[in-house]
Ligand binder design. Sequence first.
Ligand code: UD1
Length: 355
Amino acid sequence: MHILHVVGARPNFMKLAPVYAALQDRAGVRQTVVHTGQHYDAAMSEVFFRELGLPAPDINLEVGSHSHAQQTAAIMMRFEPVLLTAKPDVVLVYGDVNSTVAAALVASKLLVPIAHVEAGLRSFDRTMPEEINRLLTDSLADLLLTPSVDAHENLAREGIPSSKIRFVGNVMIDTLVRLLPRAVVPEEVNGLSHYALVTLHRPSNVDEPEMLARVLKALEEIAKEMPVIFPIHPRTRQRIEGFGLTAGNGNGIRLLNPLPYLGFLGLQRQAAVVITDSGGIQEETTFLGVPCITLRTTTERPVTVTEGTNTLIGDAPERLHPEVMAILGGRRKAGRIPPLWDGQAAKRIADILVL
Ligand code: UD1
């Protein structure tokens, strides 16, 4: 059986790693990894392959950054001949990035079966590019592998037959469980014990100068209470510089380059609070029992709010400081770990794929 994985952006890599490893143990399985090149900086891609123990991709489509249409189209044009040559039995796509939907579109037209890892999540906000990617990928997929029970209601509502859907759990948590013992605090921030950890890169938070200025002001307020550590996504750094804003140095915010997996995990585990707009970090903080404040109006991962440690504050950065103060004052959500976030999701996927 030939299984072809398609990944492209940072959050895909920690989802691929456990699935690749689980399939490696199975007799008669051959695997090919295609990297679209959506993320290409060493700090956004290569370092993850190394830390996660993944082999270098077999093929890199090297598409780079463009508008959504251009990036998606470039992936499709470059992936089509690869798929025609490789002739896999199944294509595995991960998460909700542009690489996911582009690969699914190509595979569906060539009648190659598609399995979607992390199927069924919905924010119900179609202004998010990821929501469009989720809806399309799930409608094209032949096998929908879900991380949480809310996904099943979403897929049923969209008319997807239950025979295509399997509840396998959260593969991102598989990677966390495996690598937590090796998590480290990065050298740049060694010695800090009480801090807020921040990651922000969504268009809704960083693409408008007025909103980004409000976000940075709110972080400065928090920096008066405790150090604010902000490993910054290249897109956010470009926006700050492009809008002539300032962050770091004088105003108490410690900007770092994007961190490798083990360093970020080490910082997350010990954070007093995490402030984010990422999807995966909402899940990781829930697993770790660390308070998380999400600067978004919606989440496609509602179990992190209903069962976990996550609080949504909308697009209101002014709410950050009071929320952080409440958490520091002891008002923390207890939280529990959702079902099947147990480190065994990839094994369940391998069991389904390889009968
Ligand atoms: C993408 C995903 C998002 C995910 C995020 C994780 C989509 C629609 N979005 O967003 O869901 O949460 O990855 O990081 O697929 N850039 C670099 N170096 C890189 C990659 C990007 O400098 O290696 C800069 C470029 O200026 C680029 C910008 O970041 O234009 C945005 O990159 P892109 O891949 O389009 O989207 P992300 O914001 O990274």
